[in-house]
Design a protein around this ligand. Structure first.
Ligand SMILES: C[S@@+](CC[C@H](N)C(=O)[O-])C[C@H]1O[C@@H](n2cnc3c(N)ncnc32)[C@H](O)[C@@H]1O
Length: 203
């Protein structure tokens, strides 16, 4: 399909999408917020007075939600892209896979975190196998970091694509955490290979 036909289809789909429309009504920057809300409704993972790390945060709907709902918490948001500032959110611009970025983040927080969230994804290539592998690598990197920075009862949530590395990632999660679930929220598009891995309590 030609590029301008793809973007035309994308615009039509966005206009029809109930979550896109709802995000405008609710004042969120992205429909992605409903994925986090639905994950939390099911697994009850978010609480006030927490230290949250939001990886792949831009344009910022997850951070907006955390800052509004859990206003006695600390929120650290990381993305390669700069996003518009959000009150009470500490924004870090950088590539999370860069070890220096991770080291600086640990230094900045200087204690254990309660929740590590990752919605990191690269632009999709159209090749579902390649996309699954690339997103899988981001998920693994976030999970290793979560294993180091989370408190004992900490929570890790990450986007994951069904594909070649899926079983390997779930097995790794089970070796790090006592509880592991895979869940596709209703707001995650049916045609997308996206799902989320939800992990609790370090081994
Ligand atoms: C689906 S968007 C996240 C949407 C976000 N959760 C929200 O609620 O607005 C994925 C983000 O991951 C970011 N990303 C991809 N690779 C990254 C990396 N290596 N380090 C940091 N951010 C990354 C992209 O720049 C993009 O903004």
């Amino acid at each position: 399909m030609k590029k301008n036909k793809v973007s035309k289809n994308w615009i039509i789909r966005q206009k029809r999408d109930i979550y896109v429309r709802q995000s405008h009504v609710d004042g969120f920057r992205s429909r992605a917020v409903y994925k986090l809300k639905q994950i939390d409704q099911k697994f009850k993972i978010l609480k006030n007075n927490s230290i949250f790390i939001d990886l792949g945060a831009a344009p910022g709907s997850w951070s907006q939600y955390l800052a509004e709902k859990f206003n006695k918490s600390q929120i650290y948001s990381i993305d390669i892209k700069k996003m518009e500032d959000i009150k009470n959110v500490h924004q870090i611009i950088g590539d999370f896979t860069d070890s220096k970025v991770q080291k600086d983040l640990k230094k900045l927080i200087n204690t254990k975190a309660d929740v590590v969230l990752s919605d990191m994804a690269e632009n999709t290539t159209g090749n579902k196998n390649v996309d699954a592998i690339v997103t899988g690598e981001l998920c693994k990197s976030a999970m290793d970091f979560a294993g180091e920075i989370l408190s004992k009862n900490g929570v890790f949530v990450s986007k994951i694509f069904m594909g070649l590395s899926f079983n390997e990632i779930v097995a790794e999660a089970k070796s790090i955490f006592k509880e592991t679930h895979v869940y596709k929220p209703l707001s995650s598009r049916k045609e997308s290979k996206e799902s989320f891995i939800i992990c609790k309590i370090l081994r």
